[in-house]
Ligand binder design. Structure first.
Ligand code: GTP
Ligand code: SPV
Ligand code: MN
Length: 599
């Protein structure tokens, strides 16, 4: 094998040589030749390495050490204020043809994009270290698990990847068994929105990201590999990569049921995945398998099995408190990297919606003094925590099972002030695919754009589907044929409001009441009545014992459907259907006709 040439050898620890890593070395060398870092550092994932790199990040002012008595092992990072969320307009899928990526993705010819990016990367790491970050998406030894290697000049990315993925030597062992890996190259450049590109090359299993140092733009295992390239690979290989949480529900009798749910960014996946049942649900337990991404494959018994490819959470901070999500609060109480929250004088952190009163003074997410009289928010609305999943008191014991967990129900949901009821069940798989394909949601701060505006977000995958959305729907329809026992499909809406703009449903832990109906429907043991949009519970079918914050009238309203509203809804759905028309499977058009004829 070729050694990395000096001077790159200076500080470099080497990956194990047992596996055939010739190709990896050649690639790393070629990227180093292009980017010209001062040194190349191979990450091994050890605790010693974490401590050393963390200290370096603190010394360089990239991380701020928080109050270690209150928050052991926790640090704060402030991103460049021009770089606070995913940027969909800078995200490209560079398949060979424009048709392959469809109308919902940005496309550029791969040769052109490579040329452009090579120009931007030339000499981009001068004066910096290039870190080689080997990682796994999925538990070791799972047939679904993929290996990735990210080359990055950001120590913040290295430390975040160490939390959110299984990072280090474990990946070399898996690579020896699997033989293939996803290449990722990331350079912050000068963190300039004008020079920000997140490019995916599905035919080369490669991602190149430049000009950002934030979340989904740069933690390449997450949205880039696990969803965009993952969805592309899944279609070829007969599995599904979805923007879904996975949770387990254990009944007092010990019956375990797993469901997966797709809600768009900042629409409640982490909260739902970590749900704590209200006191009335004595003996019921919810455990978290994953909070953002599910990889699912038919098992030998004809059921759909899911793994969470991630090893940690990159969760929304604002609005999180001990009432809304205690498990998230505990998860981020140690060994966590916070990004863009406010800093209190005592080294503690604060954000809008945290328990207790706002502090009389603190430093806001931009590093400026802040008081409750200040105009802006103390924490950015898309401020986040990166925490290891082991911190979650409700972590599912099955989380490392290479076979995954059997999924009984799939749940779609969006943020909708009107029209969509609290819950309904699709009539069958094809109807469920239609329900997912026509999902809409009000936009949030998780992506740059207009917050609050309803947009169609099929299966919560609009920003994450790595190929033509029409072909993606066809793949969903195709999956049914591989499943003898397909999951039942549901739609929920925690966000419906009354005429005064108040949420009709209290949400959070109380969502257990809806989840219980869903689980009971999966097992075929509660009634439902047929409506034009699907099977629905009567208000009396929802367990309301001990429920506060939702009167009988409000429950009836949140469970109601209004045919006039639904006619408008179908017209709104058409906006996306017309865009996709050339590639839309006929089944979905028939479903639209059936829905209209039922109304
Ligand atoms: P991403 O990490 O961007 O994919 O977000 P997510 O889907 O995991 O969303 P998350 O659980 O972090 O919730 C986002 C926001 O929605 C937070 O401000 C929550 O407080 C709020 N939220 C979550 N669940 C509910 C609910 O049941 N009702 C209401 N009203 N708000 C909720
Ligand atoms: C999302 O936007 O769905 C996220 C956050 O989970 S990020 O990783 O930044 O994409
Ligand atoms: Mn997400």
């Amino acid at each position: 094998m070729t050694a990395i040439p000096s001077p790159l050898q200076l500080d470099a620890t080497k990956p194990p040589t047992g596996a055939n890593l010739q190709e990896v070395h050649t690639w790393v060398e070629s990227v180093a030749d292009l980017c010209q870092p001062d040194q190349v550092y191979w990450c091994n994932g050890s605790a010693e390495e974490k401590d050393r790199l963390t200290q370096q990040a603190v010394d360089a002012g990239i991380l701020i050490k928080l109050n270690q008595e209150k928050l052991p092992g926790c640090y704060l990072h402030r991103s460049n204020p021009n770089d606070v969320a995913r940027v969909e307009e800078c995200t490209y899928i560079c398949a060979r043809t424009k048709k392959a990526v469809g109308v919902t993705n940005n496309w550029m010819a791969p040769e052109l994009m490579y040329e452009k990016l090579n120009g931007m990367l030339r000499g981009a790491m001068k004066g910096r270290t290039m870190y080689v970050v080997p990682y796994l998406m999925g538990p070791p030894g799972s047939p679904l698990t993929k290996v990735g290697i990210e080359l990055t000049d950001s120590i913040y990315v290295v430390l975040s990847m160490r939390i959110t993925t299984r990072m280090g030597d474990v990946a070399w062992t898996e690579l020896a068994a699997k033989g293939t890996y996803t290449k990722g190259i990331h350079s912050m450049l000068d963190v300039n929105p004008e020079r920000r590109i997140i490019a995916h090359f599905p035919q080369d299993n490669t991602i190149i990201s430049v000009g950002s140092n934030y979340g989904g733009n740069v933690l390449l295992g997450k949205k880039c590999l696990a969803l965009r390239l993952g969805s592309y690979l899944g279609r070829d290989e007969g599995w599904m990569a979805e923007h879904m949480l996975i949770l387990g529900v254990e009944s007092p009798k010990g019956e375990k049921t797993f469901v997966a749910a797709a809600f768009p960014s900042a629409c409640g996946k982490t909260n739902f995945a970590m749900l704590i049942p209200p006191a009335w649900f004595k003996g019921w337990k919810v455990t978290t398998v994953g909070d953002d991404i599910a990889w699912m494959k038919p098992g030998p018994d004809g059921r759909l099995y899911a793994i969470n490819p991630e090893a940690g959470y990159f969760g929304v901070v604002p609005g999180t408190n001990f009432k809304s999500n205690p498990n998230a609060m505990i998860s981020m109480a140690k060994d966590t990297i916070y990004t863009n929250v406010a800093l209190k004088p005592d080294g503690d952190v604060w954000w809008e919606g945290k328990d207790g009163e706002p502090p009389s003074e603190c430093i806001d997410w931009k590093g400026r003094p802040w008081t409750p009289a200040s105009k802006g928010k103390a924490a950015h609305p898309n401020s986040r925590f990166a925490a290891p999943m082991e911190n979650n008191p409700a972590l599912a014991p099955e989380v490392n099972d290479p076979n995954g967990v059997p999924i009984s129900g799939l749940i779609f949901g969006g943020r909708r002030a009107t029209t969509l009821p609290l819950v309904f069940q699709a009539f069958n798989w094809i109807h469920g695919v239609y329900v997912g394909a026509t999902m809409g949601s009000e936009m949030t701060a998780a992506a740059a754009g207009t917050v609050g505006q309803v947009r169609r977000d099929p299966m919560a995958m609009l920003p994450f589907c790595g190929y033509n959305m029409g072909d993606y729907f066809a793949h969903w329809l195709e999956m049914r044929k591989l499943l003898k026992n397909p999951p039942k499909i549901f739609h929920v809406n925690w966000f419906r409001k009354n005429a005064e703009g108040k949420f009709l449903w209290p949400g959070y832990g109380e969502n257990m009441r809806v989840l219980k109906w869903i689980i009971d429907r999966c097992h075929g043991r509660v009634p439902a009545y047929e409506t034009p949009v699907g099977w629905m519970p009567e208000p009396r079918d929802i367990d309301t014992e001990g429920l506060t914050g939702c009167s009988n009238e409000e429950l009836a309203e949140v469970l109601s459907i209004n045919v006039e509203d639904w006619k408008r809804e179908v017209l709104l759905q058409d906006e996306l259907f017309f865009k996709l028309y050339a590639d839309l499977p006929k089944e979905l058009i028939f479903q639209r006709e059936l829905l209209i004829s039922r109304m």
